[in-house]
Design a binder for this molecule. Sequence first.
Ligand SMILES: Cc1cc2nc3c(=O)[nH]c(=O)nc-3n(C[C@H](O)[C@H](O)[C@H](O)COP(=O)(O)O)c2cc1C
Length: 394
Amino acid sequence: MHKASENSSSERTKALLNIEDYHKKAKEKLEKMTYDFYSTGSDDQLTLIDNQAAFRRIKLRPKMLIDVSSHTKQDSTNCQTQILNSTMTIGFPCIIAPTAFHRLVDNENGELATVRAAVAHSTIMCVSTNSSTSMERVAEEHRRQIKENYPHSTSKLWYQLYVLKDRQYTQKLIKRAEKNGYSAILLTVDTSVPGNRECDVHNNFTLPDGIRAENLIDKDNNYVSKSYHIPFDPSLSWKDLDWIRSITSLPLIIKGIIHPDDARQAVRHGVQGVVVSNHGGRQLDTCLSTIDALPDVIKAVSNENRQIDVFVDGGVRRGTDILKAIALGAKAVLIGRPVLWGLAVDGTQGVYNILEILKKEFRLAMMLCGCQTIDDIRKNDLVVTNVAYNPSKL
Ligand SMILES: Cc1cc2nc3c(=O)[nH]c(=O)nc-3n(C[C@H](O)[C@H](O)[C@H](O)COP(=O)(O)O)c2cc1C
């Protein structure tokens, strides 16, 4: 992988400076049905829109006259972030969220292309239950990349679990993740039923031949159909969380928390982390935006006896968004659609560039806010959330 100006593949993408540039380019390249599947949300898409708008409503209050020159050193490690009780280190506080069927946008390599970029950036890739490449194959590529190309990478894989009606099969998925070296289970809890995605209904969305949820196929089971809906279990409850906790010793992180009461419960049920998420606006429309939900969740967990990590996703498109999330108490953000835009535009190189852009923007934001370290972002009281302005008038 190369920096933007260094290779011919990047020549094609040199005008792409930010995530929105990649989004526009991906839209040009993808078939309408695929683009709509990735880009849209549920009902009137108000939550989808508000996830991004809410970041824009938050203002930064930078500090000056602080020496931030250490950021400019070649081996600068100022953006490195420790998570899960310092058991994992990531290159900067940005993780690849689980998203379904990467082979829809990069037919040849799909999730393998994504994992190569994750290794290069020392970050975590969350591999979806709805991955179009099996979790075994992704893990094998992850190991190979580290061994052959990036021996110093601290990248890890997390397995994103949907609890299926068939609990035995669900258990098998967890055991396969353990066996293949996944470092955590990311349990998604906001999909008791699929959201109402009207664009997919209009387009009669179906998976093309050859693309399917590869994790859900083994010699005894085949859950795969042309529909992308897997058999979610609407009976999922806290007691299933206890069951999952009892059958694996991997760290357990739950994704899809919005309400502070749920965050408190999660701590009491022994999880190691929560992701404040509304599934990128694809589930309950008019749900609170995630960055607006974050402060109450942080408050709730900080009042508990045991400390856990809080992550947030939804609408992160700029390095300043990452800085705002950290300033409000998140350990790191997850990004969903930006990775898909990168993948659609230029495969591994595209995902690499997306991470590189966000990392550069994040570092710049740190410097302009007078932050030498990630801890400074937390300590410096940098965000103001109650100042109104109307960006459409600017
Ligand atoms: C096309 C698409 C597919 C997704 N698939 C999954 C999935 O399989 N499992 C899951 O937990 N979340 C899934 N998500 C939600 C993402 O993990 C994440 O919460 C969301 O994309 C974050 O918002 P952003 O796209 O604005 O960054 C999906 C999101 C999109 C857009």
